[in-house]
Write a new protein. Structure first.
Length: 169
């Protein structure tokens, strides 16, 4: 993440919807301009015959998060990759969710993107590298994982957690 030259009070967080396969280009354009942003990337492996290619891909395809001045126009290089910007209403909650995503990526655990489920129990993780994070149980009958929500995208990230580490709130 980079620092912006504008005062913090004038900046707001946005979920930036990028054109297909342009998330990294948009992140680079924001970085070059010194604008604070976050593009969560996860490692992926793709098999090509007997060869394996390892690369990083966006956790949320088509999206990255940026802290921008709502009234200032973006440069042409940024607009070329941008479809739209979704403003974040509850920035404190959003920043907690971004911190949870950062911790999940840093944990090295396998992450999969899941649609946010409305059913299931709200839980807190009580052990392991993700201790203290809260989420929704993916299947109340057989709780093998937790979905951590990112409300602005109406999606969640699924991480497998031993059931003994889940505490119902």
């Amino acid at each position: 993440m980079s620092e912006s030259p504008l005062p913090d009070s004038e900046l707001r967080w946005f979920a930036c919807h990028a054109k297909p396969r342009c998330e990294k280009k948009l992140a680079n354009a924001l970085r070059v301009d010194g604008l604070e942003h976050y593009l969560p990337l996860v490692d992926s492996v793709r098999q090509y015959g007997n060869r394996a290619k390892r690369f990083s891909k966006p956790l949320f395809p088509g999206y990255l998060f940026a802290r921008l001045h709502p009234g200032l126009p973006l440069r042409t290089e940024q607009l070329a990759q941008l479809v739209r910007m979704l403003p974040v209403d509850d920035e404190a909650r959003f920043l907690e969710q971004l911190d949870a995503i950062r911790r999940m990526i840093a944990s090295g655990l396998t992450l999969t993107l899941q649609p946010m489920l409305k059913k299931g129990s709200h839980v807190r993780i009580s052990g392991g590298p993700l201790w203290g994070l809260e989420g929704v149980v993916d299947n109340p009958v057989n709780p093998k994982g937790v979905i951590i929500a990112v409300d602005i995208l109406q999606q969640g990230v699924h991480v497998t957690i031993p059931p003994e580490y889940l505490k119902v709130l």
